[in-house]
Every structure is written in structure tokens, then in C-alpha cells.
Design a protein around this ligand. Structure first.
Ligand code: UT7
Length: 321
């Protein structure tokens, strides 16, 4: 037996405002038909003034703590994945810490865009297994609506805002539960295929999202299938052992193509892209929480998380819930 990070509870948060494709088509040169056919997206949630990455992250964290039955005071680590922090600094994790009334803990952000939650989960898992932390909040939170170019129909219809969180506790693995493996990758040669055209050290502006969608698509299917297989192999498992895949929700066609490539039945893939669109680092923990709360994912199920995003970065994790 060895020290393991156990997923004790999940939570998520969405802005109140839900925007359908038809509503978007009133201001953007697009149609519900095009968006549904090419992406599977039907609606997304868009943050209102005052709703930020930190407020959404804190709400998701509160729900995850309640689900775990753990008091915020027990948290000794917050790792928050985001590409849309409230400010360049301080880390949004420290704003969530303050909102939760936690007096002292380790708190920092991780930037790996859509793979951010996988990176954050892997860091927290390592810190727990290394004995540096015992009870962690791992959060993915984004307000991508604030970095979208609403004149660019090829990108602005694809993204939404939201947050998801998990509470990790320390266990001995005796019951088989916990994070069993993680696998992470990055290939910076492709950073011009998906990026923001601004930043504090370059233009001094926040910038807008730019993407060569079809090229990202091509890489996504190959990388996701490979890293999912790698994480399963590290855990000594195969696709046949998987109860649920909780993938990054970028495009329904990517989810279907990846499942086909791996020989995974579509019924074992959690899909929320229709209602949330692509929420970047929030998408995996948000989809996970939805599937836990609607009863699809049960305690003891074997879950594979996977994501790919700007950088490129990509990763997967295997956990028994
Ligand atoms: O989260 C990080 C990972 N991101 C992704 O995984 C995104 C990956 N990429 C994709 O999901 C897809 O490539 C998109 C959904 C972005 C685009 O789908 P596509 O099948 O690759 O379409 P396309 O970019 O090749 O565009 C096809 C056509 C173009 O028109 P022409 O040149 O064929 O006349 C576009 O101008 O569709 C047009 N188009 C639109 N039409 C209506 C592009 N965006 C829109 C739109 N509404 N919103």
C-alpha cells in the first residue's frame, strides 16, 4: 500500500446567463445548424459583470467541499488551472482562498489552457503523494468570453464560461480508490495554432483568442488517443476496464473520433459540450461533476480524464472514484 490522492468530492459553477446558438446568430454571422453540425454545441453560459474566474472557482470549490463533507479550514493546498485569471497577478487561487476564508495554505495557478485541469490534478497528486499536502482543492475555472473576438465567427461560437473543482484527500489505497496514474505532454512548436494575441510581456494588453481550428482538430484526436492509452498502461489497465471517460469538451466530433480510435463505446463517454461549449480548463471537472450529480458516475467507477489545448499541451489521468 502507498499514499494516494483520493477524490473526496466534486463541484461546479456556471454563470446564470445561458446563450443559445440562435441568440448568438442574431449578432454573429452563423447559424444553429452550422454550430450543431460542426461541434455539437447548442448553448454556452456567459459571465455577467461581477462574475469572474475567482467567483466561479470559489462557488465550484464550496460545492466540492460540501460534497466531500470537509471544512474549508482543512484545505492545505489550492491549485487553480486557468488561462483567464482575474488579474495577471496575484494568482486567482489566492482570491479563491480568501473567498473561502482559508487563513493559511499553499495556493497557486497553473497555466496549461484546456489541459490545465490535468496539469493541476497531476501537481496536486504529486504533492499529496510526496507528503507536502494532505487535503487539496483542484479547480479549473475560466471566463473565456472575455478573451473572445466576437467578430471572429470561427472561434467565438465555440467557447463558454464556468468552473469545476475536486477535493483531494490522502488515503492508503487499501480500497483501490484514488488517482492511479497521470501522463502529461507539451509540444511548444505548435503554439501559433492556438494562442492569445496579447500579454503583459509582449503587447501589454490582454489580447484575443486566435485558433487554426482544423489543424488543432487533427492533432487533438491523435494526441488524446495516445495519452489516454499511455495513462491506462501506466496504471496497468486497458480500455476494457474503463467505466467512464471524462474528456475535455471541445467538439463532439473530437470526442466521437477519439472514442472510435480507442474502440471505446460512445455510451462510456461523458458529453456536456452541447450545454457548456468549450470551457477550457473548467471543462473536465465541470463534466465530471455533472455526471457525478446526475448519478451516471458512481463510487468505485474507473474514470479516465483527458484534455488537449494550446501550447500544445495534453494529458490524461486514471482514477478510481
Ligand atoms: O480546446 C482546445 C482544443 N480546440 C479544439 O479542439 C478545436 C478544434 N477544432 C474544431 O473543433 C473545428 O476545427 C472547428 C469547429 C473550429 C471548425 O470546424 P471545421 O469543420 O474544421 O470548419 P472550418 O474551420 O474548416 O470551416 C468550414 C467553413 C468555412 O467556410 P468555407 O471556407 O468552407 O466557405 C468557414 O468560414 O465554415 C465556415 N465557418 C462558419 N460558418 C458558420 C467557420 N465558422 C463558422 C460559423 N458559422 N461559426
Amino acid at each position: 500500500m502507498s499514499i494516494r490522492a483520493i477524490i473526496a468530492g466534486t463541484g461546479s459553477a456556471l454563470p446564470a446567463r445561458r446563450v443559445t446558438n440562435d441568440e448568438l446568430a442574431q449578432t454573429v454571422d452563423t447559424s444553429d445548424e452550422w454550430i450543431v453540425e460542426r461541434t455539437g454545441i447548442r448553448a454556452r453560459h456567459i459571465a455577467a459583470e461581477g462574475e469572474t474566474t475567482a467567483t466561479l472557482g470559489a462557488e465550484a470549490a464550496r460545492k466540492a467541499l460540501a460534497a466531500a463533507g470537509i471544512d474549508a479550514a482543512a484545505i492545505d493546498l489550492i491549485v487553480l488551472a486557468t488561462a483567464t485569471p482575474d488579474q495577471t497577478f496575484p494568482a486567482t487561487a489566492t482570491k479563491v482562498q480568501d473567498a473561502l476564508g482559508i487563513r493559511d495554505c499553499v495556493a497557486f495557478d497553473v497555466a496549461a489552457v484546456c489541459s490545465g485541469f490535468l496539469y493541476a490534478l497531476s501537481v496536486a497528486d504529486s504533492m499529496i503523494r510526496g507528503g507536502v499536502a494532505r487535503t487539496a482543492l483542484v479547480i479549473g475555472a475560466e471566463t473565456f468570453s472575455r478573451i473572445l473576438d466576437w467578430e471572429d465567427r470561427a472561434t467565438c461560437v465555440l467557447f463558454g464560461d464556468g468552473a469545476g473543482a475536486v477535493v483531494l484527500t490522502t488515503g492508503d489505497g487499501a480500497d483501490g480508490r484514488g488517482i492511479l496514474s497521470t501522463a502529461l505532454h507539451a509540444d511548444g512548436r505548435h503554439n501559433q495554432l492556438l494562442y492569445v494575441d496579447g500579454g503583459p510581456s509582449t503587447t501589454g494588453t490582454v489580447g484575443k483568442l486566435r485558433m487554426k481550428g482544423s489543424e488543432v482538430f487533427r492533432h487533438a484526436v491523435t494526441n488524446l488517443a495516445a495519452v489516454l492509452g499511455e495513462a491506462l498502461e501506466k496504471a496497468g489497465l486497458t480500455v476494457a476496464d474503463v467505466d467512464w471517460v471524462v474528456p475535455h469538451q471541445a467538439n463532439r466530433r473530437i470526442l466521437d473520433a477519439t472514442a472510435r480510435k480507442l474502440g471505446l463505446p460512445a455510451e462510456r463517454v461523458v458529453v456536456t459540450v452541447d450545454e457548456h461549449a468549450n470551457t477550457s480548463a473548467a471543462s473536465v471537472p465541470l463534466a465530471f461533476d455533472v455526471a457525478v450529480r446526475d448519478g451516471r458516475i458512481q463510487r468505485g467507477d474507473l474514470i479516465v480524464f483527458e484534455a488537449m489545448g494550446g501550447g500544445f499541451t495534453w494529458g490524461a489521468a486514471v482514477a478510481r472514484f
